[in-house]
Design a protein. Structure first.
Length: 599
């Protein structure tokens, strides 16, 4: 087990003690490093490892009540006597775990330190511990005396705990399940034996297809609490309508060959587009002379903060590339007037009217609830009752009037907050937000209001299916692994797709990623290639640790704010070029000559 917070570590004999071991906590807008002491104790039940922060590793902050939400593992809250303020103690909580629960650790060397990340058998990823050069060996030697490890053949930084030989042998034998075939397997194998097949090669090919590409079954699994936020409202119901190419008749008449991909090419990223270069894209009348070239430049490096408020309007379609600056000013005035007209519609609804307007009242309550907990660790949203929280609420309420059929769905506030931080006003934020949602509207179709079950969450399900197909080309063995571990439905990627990685990256990195994706280059659905790039980076840790559904969900959640944005953008673009001649990928990604030429 692993425990964080105030729960005391079991008593035992101290066998290891090391001070000045830092832990790194990754936050939405920054990483925090705390100094502390690492210990190992011998207890009657085995060895226990603990880390405790130094007393001075504490930061205090006082804010008003009602709506302050920050990372639960980094704060403690207490009410003052007056009852109108909350004192927040920002600190790194101590943690401890039983050494026999460790399944692996990852050791990464940096210029002046070593980073050690421990993963447990239940998929928990502990905070990264940072050692000064040479100091990590003391702890590693102590662990080596207690547990046996081996270096992964696929990643030299990954060290896997070696199970007891007898236990490992028993588990391996049991996993074969040689004499307990299920009904489907018995039927299929029996048919293979009885059918008159022309050659042994045909039989072998069909048998191979069954064990690697056969019907996928995803039995329901208990999912840990805390895994469900911004995930399907009902995993069981979501699963009922989720299929991955299961319509093939079990006679295996069609065998698909996995293509061999060419080696990745070298691609480079550029620095962000700055104001001086930005102005060169306009002609004398203020038109964008070459929209494709501008999109390619933003795809390659993103935008500097000083041009974002204008650049995003072009990328999202609020501004027309072909219009002059005067034409855009006229259009902007019209859109501003339209926004305030729609805002007045809901502002003028009286309490008496609202009491008989249940659809509006329900959505209003959802907005109030989510606004009070959206990005409260980001500077402009920290103080309770500040103008940006009011703007966030007003824009979301106005969107309800703009698209009442869709209304408000959890996650929309996550999409608006970065836009509002850039635009700094309601009308521009609203229209950029509306254009963004038009791109991913299918993600937010309220499945509770859909009459037919097979229509619910259709957009997300389609993207997950497409992602599985891409994985089956890029990482075929990993796709099979996920299928065999109740994870072929890729539920753990649901949040990535729903709000476009908003919870996975820092606030600044989210802006950079979104503007790259809004460029619509080098192909449609480039965000799916970005997903593949991330999974490619993590698949060795998942497979080598033999993670199942619960463990994969925890592992993916623990990756928040730890994903290298630029590296994965590079890898995603490499995948684009590697998949250019793969028909299945071309259909999913909508390859076109324009994208190739532009990028």
């Amino acid at each position: 087990m692993a425990t964080a917070g105030s729960i005391d570590m079991p008593d035992g004999e101290l066998v290891f003690d090391q001070s000045n071991v830092r832990t790194q906590y990754d936050r939405p807008h920054r990483s925090q490093v705390f100094n502390g002491t690492l210990q190992v104790k011998r207890t009657p039940d085995g060895h226990v490892v603990s880390w405790r922060p130094q007393e001075d590793a504490v930061k205090y902050q006082t804010v008003h009540k009602n709506g302050v939400t920050t990372d639960a593992d980094a704060i403690e809250m207490t009410d003052n006597a007056a009852g109108d303020e909350v004192h927040i103690t920002r600190r790194a909580h101590s943690f401890w775990f039983e050494l026999n629960e460790m399944c692996s650790y990852y050791l990464h060397s940096k210029k002046d330190a070593y980073e050690l990340t421990i993963m447990l058998r239940d998929g928990t990823r502990l905070p990264t511990m940072v050692f000064d050069i040479g100091k990590q060996q003391l702890f590693l030697t102590t662990m080596a005396d207690k547990v046996r490890t081996r270096v992964s053949t696929k990643d030299k930084g990954l060290h896997l705990v070696v199970q007891d030989d007898i236990d490992a042998l028993q588990k391996s034998f049991n996993s074969l399940d040689l004499f307990q075939l299920d009904t489907t397997s018995q039927t299929l194998v029996g048919r293979l034996v009885k059918d008159s097949l022309p050659t042994f090669a045909d039989s072998l090919a069909k048998m191979t297809h069954f064990f690697t590409q056969g019907p996928q079954r995803h039995p329901s699994r208990q999912i840990s609490d805390g895994m469900l936020e911004l995930n399907p409202a009902s995993y069981g119901e979501f699963e009922d309508t989720f299929t991955i190419d299961e319509d093939q008749e079990p006679g295996f008449d069609f065998i698909e060959q996995v293509p061999e991909l060419p080696p990745p090419i070298t691609v480079t990223r550029r620095t962000p587009l700055k104001m001086e270069e930005w102005t060169t894209f306009f002609d004398i009348d203020g038109r964008i002379a070459d929209p494709n070239n501008l999109r390619a430049r933003i795809f390659r490096g993103g935008c500097a903060p000083e041009i974002r408020s204008e650049a995003w309007k072009f990328l999202l379609g609020v501004h027309d590339f072909s219009k002059t600056i005067r034409e855009r000013e006229i259009e902007h005035a019209r859109l501003t007037e339209d926004y305030y007209r729609m805002k007045l519609q809901w502002k003028s609804i009286s309490a008496d009217q609202e009491s008989r307007f249940n659809g509006f009242s329900v959505r209003k309550n959802l907005v109030e609830k989510d606004v009070n907990r959206t990005d409260r660790s980001v500077d402009i949203f920290v103080k309770d009752g500040n103008e940006y929280l009011s703007m966030l609420s007003d824009v979301l309420m106005t969107y309800i009037m703009y698209d009442f059929d869709l209304g408000y769905v959890q996650g929309m506030s996550d999409l608006l907050s970065p836009i509002l931080s850039v635009m700094q006003n309601e009308p521009d934020s609203f229209w950029c937000f509306a254009k963004f949602l038009s791109l991913i509207r299918c993600n937010f179709i309220d499945h509770d209001r859909m009459e037919e079950k097979d229509q619910r969450q259709l957009g997300i399900k389609r993207q997950l299916q497409q992602l599985h197909q891409l994985l089956s080309v890029v990482l075929p063995s990993f796709a099979v692994y996920l299928d065999n571990h109740d994870s072929g439905n890729l539920y753990f990627c649901f949040r990535w797709l729903l709000i476009w990685f908003k919870r996975e990256f820092s606030f600044e990195d989210t802006k950079r990623l979104w503007e790259v994706l809004w460029s619509n280059l080098p192909c449609e659905n480039f965000h799916l290639l970005f997903c593949v790039a991330i999974l490619e980076e993590e698949h060795v840790r998942i497979t080598e640790n033999n993670f199942g559904l619960n463990e994969i969900l925890k592992h993916i959640n623990d990756m928040c704010y730890k994903i290298a944005l630029e590296n994965n953008l590079i890898r995603a673009e490499q995948l684009y070029f590697q998949l250019l001649n793969v028909p299945k990928a071309a259909k999913i990604l909508g390859f076109n000559e324009l994208a190739e030429d532009s990028v």
